[in-house]
Design a protein around this ligand. Structure first.
Ligand SMILES: CSC[C@H]1O[C@@H](n2cnc3c(O)ncnc32)[C@H](O)[C@@H]1O
Ligand SMILES: [Zn+2]
Length: 438
């Protein structure tokens, strides 16, 4: 066995407890083979081929960013302070009309760099030029569920059908890429931006192909109301009628859910990806996270794109989810620290149907080592509290995915950080020039 050992740290276990333990990884298999408490009796394991020092640190499952548009890093700070619909129509969609596959690759590299540097090892991405995003995931060493986002409003039937077909083709062709670290999904943008016939056809074909469905659902009241007015049913009932609810499917947002929708999500096993920063920035509303969890819905966390966040740091999302969850429930005990940590780890992996999210023997070797030796993390009464309320992405010291070290002592090993930043900044500047002269 080619063994990597993470030594000297405190390890966050799947039950939320924290113990002093060493984690041994089989790098060839990309799996954790042993989590050994330092107090354990018995024969010490053989020396590892390589070690990662975790002294003074907390070893946690790699964080999962369960909903983003990673190449939107190029549009970070491009258009702020508007609600969703005008933001998309007046600013974002015109800019995206000028995006090239090279831009998407440059933006995805920047996003991958940012995620590795903040301890994220897996993400779900809905965007365009997904072959280029897949190349970045492969090079960066991350894990992802990818899909081409379909929008049919404003398109004639032939173009709309072609967009649906592209999403299905991407889902079939990229599934299993990057040594199986890439999985895919059929990704219609939303229930209002994709026409009913295209949703129906696409979901049916996704079912035949055995790929999940991922879409934006119940994000704003402006999106829910027309569905109720035109169809006489709420969005989740419509999604169910389309065949889009199931244990492999995951919907972003779920802010405005009511009238039995939470129970339908729970009964069908459909996961919800909560994106608190994006929901606050676009003033979309407050998702009822405590009620969703109490009903048994799998809730994950997502940053959404960097243009509505404005970063890809899942630590921020944990803190925002805990804070906003309390406000939404009008209850300071709602959405506690342990809940948001679970949502960012096991909840995310389960929602995306990807391995990882737990540090235990047999699990995927996806983890992050968080340095606790910092003023804002002193003293350590409760390490789980720190993860939720005080730690930042910049506290992550090492990041490991599939048994490979992606970042060691804050040096990213799989990407050339300076070149990625420079390239993305140039691509973003050229993009904006093209938009301005269009
Ligand atoms: C068709 S690819 C994905 C599409 O989604 C847009 N987008 C970014 N953030 C959001 C959001 O919060 N709600 C809905 N749509 C969003 C993105 O710009 C792409 O056009
Ligand atoms: Zn989104």
């Amino acid at each position: 066995m080619n063994a990597l050992r993470v030594t000297g740290g405190r390890v966050l276990r799947p039950d939320g407890s924290v113990t002093e333990a060493d984690v041994t990884i089989d790098r060839d298999a990309g799996r954790i083979v042993e989590v050994r408490d330092v107090s354990a009796d018995g024969e010490a394991p053989p020396d590892a081929d390589e070690t990662l020092d975790a002294s003074g640190s907390l070893v946690i499952p790699g964080l999962v960013n369960a909903h983003t548009h990673v190449a939107m890093t190029l549009l970070r700070g491009y258009a702020d302070d508007k609600p969703l619909d005008p933001w998309l129509r007046e600013d974002i969609w015109p800019a995206e009309a000028e995006l090239t596959p090279d831009d998407v690759e440059a933006g995805a590299e920047l996003g991958a760099l940012e995620m590795i540097r903040s301890g994220t090892t897996a993400f779900a991405d809905m965007y365009f030029a997904m072959d280029r995003v897949a190349d970045v995931v492969d090079r960066a060493g991350l894990r992802a569920r990818l899909g081409h986002g379909v929008v049919t409003v404003g398109k004639d039937a032939a173009d709309a059908r072609a967009d649906v077909e592209e999403s299905l083709a991407v889902a079939r062709e990229l599934d299993g890429a990057a040594d199986s670290r890439i999985r895919t999904a059929f990704m219609p943008h939303s229930l209002t931006t994709v026409g009913e016939e295209f949703l129906r056809e696409g979901v049916a074909e996704a079912r035949e192909a055995g790929v999940p469905v991922h879409l934006h659902a119940n994000e704003t009241a402006d999106e829910v109301d027309p569905i109720v007015d035109e169809r006489g049913e709420r969005p989740i009932a419509y999604a169910e009628d389309l065949g889009a609810l199931g244990p492999d499917d995951f919907f972003a947002h779920g802010v405005h859910v009511g009238g039995g929708e939470i129970d339908r999500l729970a009964e069908s096993g459909t996961a919800v990806v909560h994106c608190p920063a994006s929901n606050m920035k676009l003033a979309s509303g407050m998702a009822p996270v405590q009620r969703l969890r109490e009903a048994g819905v799998t809730v994950a966390l997502g940053t959404d794109g960097a243009a509505s966040n404005n970063d890809l740091d899942v630590f921020d999302e944990m803190r925002d989810a805990a804070m906003l969850g309390k406000l939404a429930a009008d209850d300071a005990s709602a959405v506690p620290a342990g809940a948001v940590v679970e949502m960012a780890t096991a909840g995310g992996a389960d929602a995306l149907g990807l391995p990882g999210g737990r540090i235990e023997a047999g699990a995927a070797a996806d983890l992050a080592v968080v340095d606790l030796d910092a003023p804002h993390l002193t003293p350590v009464h409760d390490p789980v509290s720190h993860l939720a309320y005080a730690a930042r992405g910049s506290d992550v010291r090492h990041t490991v995915c599939d048994g490979d070290i992606l970042m060691r002592d804050r040096e990213v090993l799989t990407l050339d950080a300076a070149a990625v930043q420079e390239h993305a900044a140039a691509a973003a500047s050229d993009l904006v020039d093209r938009v301005d002269s269009a």
